[in-house]
Design a protein around this ligand. Structure first.
Ligand code: NAP
Length: 292
């Protein structure tokens, strides 16, 4: 058993990480935004000294991707500056830090999956702010792992799968983009992997995502089919959905870490797990869909 601090513990991933750490028998200090403002350096230091954990998993972040375009300084203060505060406090107190990052640090132009060593070139304010968090984590000089993940869905937060299911209850058909591909990842699979990584010794960057890849169109189609929805899904290109922030066309992540690589189950298994956990399907439908 270890003591783990989870920051951003009321967020979608933070809730799953706190639950996974509890389930693994750890002593969990869950700090939501009200309990710790990560842009406050003194508060970060005080919280870490008070908790005296072996590791911290930072799930706190500015996650409004489009909103960051107009408010890049505010996003960077949290995703860069907040991460820097936590990393400095962790390094000063001998605490291992697991910092969450994103596929949006890449430009999306590669023809295959992005490995950990691929050159970064964020195309959005959010991507730049998360890259600042990665750099701050390294600069602090402590024990760290940076985890880039992507296309998260899970209970207790806004996510694409739940949004599509909600839209399908109101509409007969939905347009979904087919020219962006990525690695959908269930928080129920990612969270235990983060807890395990918090207890490991490995350093550096890790790509941890659901296995396989698909487009948003394929993900929406799979979710609606599994849910037994009669809603039609029409494939459209990104031009049909102008957004403030540029999204990478190719967001697929993979790992070059060999034996150290953390490979999660296929995204379809994660999707079934999420639909089961949220009561959209029952266990017989989940078994048919291959959930574990
Ligand atoms: N969702 C995805 O698809 C995705 C993909 C790749 C990577 N990630 C990364 O995964 C991590 C978790 O994301 P998520 O989807 O769980 O996001 P989320 O649901 O938006 O949770 C983020 C949490 O951070 C808190 N927070 C925001 N600003 C804070 C601050 N200044 N101090 C302390 N807490 C603060 C938020 O609290 P309030 O709501 O009260 O502000 C919220 O509870 C983030 O690092 C994100 O960049 C997410």
């Amino acid at each position: 058993m270890a003591r783990l601090v989870v920051t951003g513990s009321a967020g979608m991933l933070g809730q799953a990480v706190a639950a996974a750490a509890n389930a693994a028998g750890h002593d969990v200090v869950a700090l939501n935004h009200g309990a710790l403002e990560i842009t406050d350096a003194a508060a970060c230091e005080a919280a870490i000294v008070a908790a005296n954990p072996s590791a911290l998993i930072n799930c706190a972040a500015w996650t409004d991707v489009d909103g960051a375009e107009a408010e890049e300084a505010a996003a960077t203060a949290i995703n860069g500056g907040g991460a820097a505060n936590l990393a400095a406090a962790c390094a000063a107190n001998g605490v291992r830090m697991i910092q969450l990052s994103t596929d949006y640090v890449f430009d999306g132009s590669a023809s295959g999956p992005y490995l950990e060593s691929a050159p970064v070139a964020p195309q959005s304010a959010y991507g730049r702010s998360k890259l600042a968090g990665e750099e701050a984590t390294v600069t602090a000089g402590g024990d760290y792992a940076i985890v880039r993940t992507a296309w998260l869905f899970g209970d207790g937060g806004t996510n694409f799968v739940d949004t599509i299911l909600a839209l399908a209850r109101e509409r007969a058909s939905i347009d979904v983009v087919t020219d962006q591909i990525g690695s959908p990842t269930w928080t129920g699979h990612l969270a235990p992997a983060l807890v395990a990584l918090a207890g490991a010794n490995s350093q550096g960057i890790f790509h941890i995502v659901g296995s396989g890849s698909c487009s948003w169109f394929e993900l929406a189609s799979a979710a609606l089919e599994a849910a037994g929805s009669g809603c039609e899904v029409t494939a459209v290109t990104s031009e049909a959905f102008p957004r403030a922030a540029t999204r990478p066309a190719n967001s697929v992540l993979a790992s070059e870490r060999g034996a150290e690589a953390i490979v999660l189950p296929d995204w379809r298994v994660g999707l079934a797990g999420h639909l089961l956990a949220t009561g959209v399907i029952d266990s017989s439908a989940s078994a048919a869909a291959g959930a574990q």
